[in-house]
Design a protein around this ligand. Structure first.
Ligand code: PRX
Length: 686
């Protein structure tokens, strides 16, 4: 057999997206080469922001410089826009790499997101307008949301959930997901939302790692007209776990499921008769609000821990300044609550601002590819926040779909999750925003908790493809490996030079990993403070705009979701026939990146025929889906007799990345142990 054989679903369009993709080869000088040049400017209308709630260009400039000079004073002002039960005594307590914000202060997130609006006219304002995939619509006013959250909080208490306990939430996009999160926040339980697209195994790992005592789920979720059997997955995930005492189940679809006596409880029956009010716990500012798992470059997902006061301060401030939320807006963020975007910009940030949020349950192309545009037109949605991968899919589905609906209610568009290609930006601007709506390209991470780099709509002049400049209060920059500042247009590493309120506080249960991953690349050195390492390559242009060039570690961004290649490799290797695997990304027009797995087989399997290999490739893809979830399924599987390695035995993923992208090997190959491996891999690509 030749060294590699491919069972590929390679997109023919990949090559064209390579043209716009940035090249990120690390050079010895400690900077990164950047080849992208984009010179278009989209300037705001002359009359600037229409509302008084966001700053004018001059005010923004002065806010930024004041905040850089005295960040603590700046954040103290932002924090005072929330309601606190007791004031803080210290704004920031920073002992590298441990941060505490607003120590001494007490507050409650659910109180700030709901109760404080009930004393105003907003009590009868829509908090959540929800549309189910089959087309059913529900609206919850702030008053109604309060009632539901209190009943759920009382239900959780009845099940024995206490302050400090971890509650796992594994649900689809139904209002009860937000209600469950807010109910946890109300009683001081820490939620751990696991994306409903993850498999039972992935859920189990996250339940075990967080030591959750209760799981909230639903019978099944609607997705493209069929059912995702969430409760079944929970049954498999919690099997034999003594620490999971209760499972609370929302009846959404009405399918038959098994309810285990004593452990499983229907949401409606449990909450029936519960008191409509439940005092919000007075929690210290550093009380853990949630854990959210994200991929790392080693096998195990990291439980990113966020706390209460600092997180809410920044989520509230950024929701306001980035989306310019007005009382009459209906704001639609298409993320799932299982990701950080759903936490900060569906639930906490917008509700804390008293906004009306629109929530949608299902797929963007069900029953047709115009579902989003139809909802925007029918509900008169005014702010729309989505991901570049979705925008590329909309482009592919065709201009006629948005053109067939009245999108004139829109006034601000946003993107998040990965770099947006300038062409996708222009399409979004033209076909969705009617060349009228500013686009806020927001850079941030699960770890940063809130938006860090973004234009301010109608104020910051935009260039397609850049998140522009850090928001006031954020000191982010592009530096070389040695920590010195990069010159204009010199590629380097994106860092944050000063702690910020919504920063992660820990990797749950693993402080050493927290320190090593985020704070060890740029530790304090002489006069220089420690810098937070984002893991992203970036370039600052001559106008000070930051262009993200992608991840510099073994984490890939597929469809706006970060996936650790190590996790997928472990899943592949757990298959009986696989000896070794290396997963890399190649550019893909729709998903941003597609996953390519190079796999070597064990013993006799290595002699398999082409057809048998095709079958095995399909089996391996299904195996990864079962182990992690569909999002992690490799797009291509390429079988190989060996993988290129360094003399110390490390797989050289950089070379595989270049091969997978269809290009030639341009980087340094001096550390490669056996050149013939590379030669045979290359032959098979031809
Ligand atoms: O590489 C950056 C990319 O997504 C990573 C964070 O992923 P995650 O924690 O899953 O959070 C996604 C939602 C906040 C970043 O390290 N990223 C996120 N937003 C952008 C981006 N890359 C370029 N431009 C963005 N606007």
């Amino acid at each position: 057999m030749s060294a590699t054989r491919r069972a590929s679903r390679r997109s023919a369009a990949a090559a064209s997206s390579e043209k716009t993709a940035e090249k990120t080869s690390a050079s010895a000088a400690g900077s990164i080469d950047s080849v992208m040049q984009e010179t278009r400017w989209i300037k705001p209308e002359k009359d600037g922001p229409k509302h008084g709630s966001i700053p004018t260009a001059a005010k923004l400039k002065s806010m930024r410089s004041k905040a850089l000079k005295n960040p603590e004073a700046f954040w103290e002002e932002r924090a005072s826009e929330l309601e606190w039960f007791s004031p803080w005594t210290k704004v920031l307590d920073w002992k590298y790499p441990r941060a505490k914000w607003f120590t001494g202060g007490k507050l409650n997130v659910a109180h700030n997101c709901i109760d404080r609006h009930l004393t105003t006219w907003r009590r009868n304002k829509a908090a959540i307008v929800w549309e189910g995939e089959p087309g059913d619509v529900r609206t919850l006013t702030y008053q109604q949301l309060h009632r539901e959250v209190c009943r759920c909080a009382n239900g959780l208490k009845k099940l024995g959930v206490k302050r400090g306990d971890v509650v796992a939430i594994y649900m689809g996009m139904i209002p009860e997901a937000a209600i469950a999160m807010l109910a946890c926040a109300r009683i001081g339980a820490t939620h751990n939302v696991v994306f409903g697209g993850f498999s039972a195994d992935a859920l189990r790992e996250r339940i075990i790692d967080s030591n959750a005592v209760c799981v909230i789920t639903q019978d099944a979720a609607w997705r493209r007209g069929s059912h995702v059997m969430l409760k079944e997955a929970v049954d498999a995930a919690v099997k034999g776990l003594k620490h999971v005492a209760n499972v609370l189940v929302v009846r959404r679809v009405g399918v038959d499921i098994t309810m285990k006596k004593g452990r499983d409880h229907w949401w409606d029956e449990t909450l029936d008769g519960m008191n409509d009010s439940c005092a919000a716990a007075k929690l210290p500012a550093e009380h853990p609000l949630f854990i959210l798992y994200t991929s790392g470059s080693t096998g195990k997902p990291k439980g990113i821990l966020h706390t209460t006061g600092g997180y809410l301060t920044q989520a509230t401030y950024t929701s306001n300044i980035v989306f310019d939320l007005q009382e009459d807006d209906l704001y639609f963020c298409t993320a799932d609550v299982g990701w950080i975007t759903g936490h900060s910009y569906i639930v906490y940030g917008p509700l804390s601002n008293g906004a009306s949020i629109f929530m949608y349950e299902g797929a963007p192309n069900h029953p047709g590819p115009d579902r989003f545009w139809s909802m925007i037109a029918r509900h008169r949605i005014s702010i729309f926040y989505t991901a570049p991968t979705a925008i590329r899919a909309f482009m592919k589905w065709g201009d006629q779909h948005p053109a067939g609906h009245d999108l004139s209610s829109l006034r601000i568009l946003g993107t998040v999750g990965e770099p947006i290609n300038p062409e996708a930006w222009m399409w979004y601007y033209k076909h969705i925003g009617g060349e009228r709506c500013p686009i806020v390209d927001t850079w941030w991470q699960t770890e940063t908790g809130s938006i860090m780099i973004s234009p301010v709509p109608n104020v910051t002049p935009m260039k397609p493809g850049t998140a522009t400049t850090p928001l006031p209060g954020i000191d982010a920059d592009v530096v070389r490996r040695d920590g010195t500042r990069c010159k204009a247009d010199e590629g380097g590493y994106l860092v944050v030079k000063h702690p910020w309120p919504s920063m992660l506080r820990n990797v749950f249960g693993d402080f050493q990993r927290y320190k090593k991953t985020y704070w060890s690349e740029y530790p304090p050195a002489g006069d220089r403070p420690a810098y937070y390492f984002t893991g992203d390559g970036a370039r600052r242009d001559a106008d000070g705009y930051i262009w993200i060039m992608g991840r510099v570690d073994d984490v890939v961004n597929v469809s706006g979701h970060r996936l650790g290649t190590a996790e997928i490799e472990s899943a592949l290797v757990s298959h009986a026939r696989v000896a070794e695997a290396a997963v890399v990304a190649r550019p893909d027009e729709i998903k941003g990146n597609a996953l390519v797995a190079y796999v070597t087989l064990r013993g006799a399997s290595a002699k398999m025929s082409g057809r048998a290999l095709e079958k095995l490739a399909a089996e391996l893809r299904a195996h990864v889906a079962a182990e992690i979830g569909h999002i992690a399924k490799p797009d291509d599987i390429r079988f190989s007799e060996a993988l290129p390695k360094t003399r110390s035995g490390k797989i050289m993923r950089r070379l595989l990345r270049e091969l997978a992208a269809g290009g030639s090997i341009s980087g340094d190959t001096s550390t490669l142990e056996d050149f013939s491996v590379l030669e045979s891999l290359r032959e098979d690509e031809d």
